[in-house]
Design a protein around this ligand. Structure first.
Ligand code: UFG
Length: 325
């Protein structure tokens, strides 16, 4: 049985689908603070909170857990700056609770959701795993703290983990069974699609004077199903006795905000009004990762690395989720 902590969220629910379709039995543990119960379409569901260590133990007593995947983190960079306590308590302290119970029950395999935000402002593009890690906000710092803890636990307690440093997760399940539904929504693609269906008046472009070709920020968008496939491969690697390691998870190519908006106009056929706005504090101009390591060590190969396909799957889910004809 695979325990998916935070499996009712955007990324966790796609991983649940991927694991279930590949013959794994899963149990989702989620407090539903941001997740959605109707995203738990596969496996078992146990509602509980990582802040309550007894509720974690209960799940480990009820099921025979072989491996754990951990997605239950807050992920709003801006919020982490104004309320760091919320981030350190949930993303760091609660992860320690989970690790404590894993060790109590002798569960020694973990796939952990980390982030490119652990690198901070890039000094080199594409970002490789050897790039210095100097995060610039509490969200990124908390994730790096957990990576450090995992490194120490791995050596001391024989815990084997894979840490995946995501770039910009985007898109939705190609069958539109689950998708992206954050509240509040801050991510570029779903906001553009909200503008396309008239749920918002326009999309604001945060900064048009960056040192990039069209002046807008460049990001490395990775399809959530490819991301899920990487988790499956990471799990198999650990099951085969693979040692603790960390990998970037991106496509290795970048698209500007302007390009994403333009592509969304083509795909949706809708008028999407874009408004030039000020820069959003803390946004690095370019974030593009090298995925060479995960490609060679885990044999991972993205299937949906075309930005049009990423937007198209997000669109299909978006119109279904918003009941748009
Ligand atoms: N953007 C806009 N307008 C919007 C929303 C976003 O122009 O209304 C721009 C942002 O400024 C950025 C790009 O679109 O340049 C992508 O923004 P997102 O908010 O979609 O994603 P981020 O790159 O900010 O964040 C992602 C993850 C975080 C992670 C971060 C690492 O969502 O969890 O990458 O820097 F921490």
């Amino acid at each position: 049985m695979i325990l998916i902590v935070g499996g009712a969220g955007y990324i966790g629910s796609h991983i649940n689908k991927m694991l279930s379709e590949n013959g794994y039995e899963t149990v989702v543990f989620d407090n539903l603070s941001y997740g959605h119960e109707d995203f738990v379409k596969w496996g078992h569901f146990e509602r509980g909170d990582l802040g309550n260590i007894e509720s974690i133990r209960k799940v480990f007593k009820k099921y025979t857990i072989d491996s754990v995947m951990h997605f239950a983190a807050f992920a709003y960079v801006g919020e982490s700056v104004v309320d760091p306590q919320k981030y350190y308590r949930n993303n760091v302290l609660n992860t320690l609770n989970l690790l404590q119970v894993m060790l109590e029950f002798d569960v020694k395999r973990l796939v952990f959701s980390s982030t490119c935000a652990t690198y901070g402002n890039p000094v080199e593009i594409p970002i490789t795993e050897n790039h210095p890690q100097n995060p610039i906000n509490p969200y990124g710092r908390g994730k790096l703290m957990v990576e450090t803890v995992l490194d120490d636990y791995s050596r001391a307690y024989d815990l084997n983990y894979v840490s995946l440093r995501y770039f910009n997760a985007a898109g939705a399940d190609p069958e539109a069974e689950v998708g992206e539904n954050h509240n509040p929504e801050t991510h570029l693609i779903p906001l553009i699609l909200d503008a396309a269906i008239g749920k918002r008046e326009n999309i604001q472009i945060f900064g048009t004077d960056y040192e990039t070709e069209d002046g807008t920020c460049i990001r490395d968008y990775i399809h959530v199903t490819d991301l899920a496939d990487a988790h499956l491969k990471a799990l198999k690697y650990l099951e085969d006795g693979g040692k603790s390691d960390y990998f970037n998870l991106g496509n290795g190519s970048g698209f500007s905000v302007q390009e994403v908006i333009e592509r969304a106009r083509q795909i949706t056929g809708k008028t999407i009004v874009a408004v030039e706005s000020d820069r959003r504090p803390g946004d690095p101009p370019v974030l593009v990762g090298s995925s060479d390591k995960i490609r060679s060590v885990l044999n991972w190969k993205p299937k949906y690395n075309d930005i049009s396909v990423i937007i198209e799957t997000a669109w299909n889910w978006h119109i279904k989720n918003n009941d748009v004809e």
